[in-house]
Design a protein around this ligand. Structure first.
Ligand code: SF4
Ligand code: SF4
Length: 140
């Protein structure tokens, strides 16, 4: 899938004086700033559609490109994150929109889902890229 950054809507978020939200949010470091002060993605093939950049962009300039199987040609998904929820807007090829909400995964809601202590050993075992899967008992 991958993302599309609307070059008309992106205002650069104060770059180069400040870091941009989309760049800081991307776990793959895939978004860069162009010489014209607009954000762009370097390689959509490496985007894993996490939507972090989409939810955080204050200009709603970023959208997820939805595959043909879901919405038909040019379907897209936008989002805006609020403290307690995320509001999603899905648009199909004909411009029909559907808006839906999901609760935010903030600190308090996560506490209700998991006990961090139960996962600490597992999380620790995955820290550091030098550990192989074999070391972790996940031999492949
Ligand atoms: S967060 Fe949005 S408006 Fe800001 S630089 Fe990124 S794409 Fe542009
Ligand atoms: S959807 Fe996720 S992986 Fe893709 S560019 Fe945005 S933040 Fe990066």
């Amino acid at each position: 899938m991958g993302i599309l950054i609307d070059q008309n809507s992106c205002n650069g978020c104060g770059f180069p004086e400040s870091e941009t939200p989309c760049n800081m949010a991307c776990p793959g470091d895939l978004i860069f700033m162009q010489s014209n002060g607009k954000a762009e993605i370097c390689c959509n093939a490496d985007c894993w559609d996490c939507c972090a950049c989409i939810k955080i962009c204050p200009q709603q300039a970023i959208e997820l490109q939805l595959p043909f199987e879901i919405t038909g040609k040019e379907g897209s998904l936008k989002a805006r994150a609020y403290r307690e929820k995320t509001v999603w807007t899905a648009r199909d090829a004909n411009g029909n929109e559907e808006i839906f909400e999901t609760p935010a995964r903030n600190e308090s809601s996560l506490k209700n889902l998991i006990n961090p202590e139960e996962f600490s050993d597992v999380v620790d075992s995955y820290k550091g890229i030098s550990k192989s899967f074999t070391d972790l008992g996940q031999g492949i």
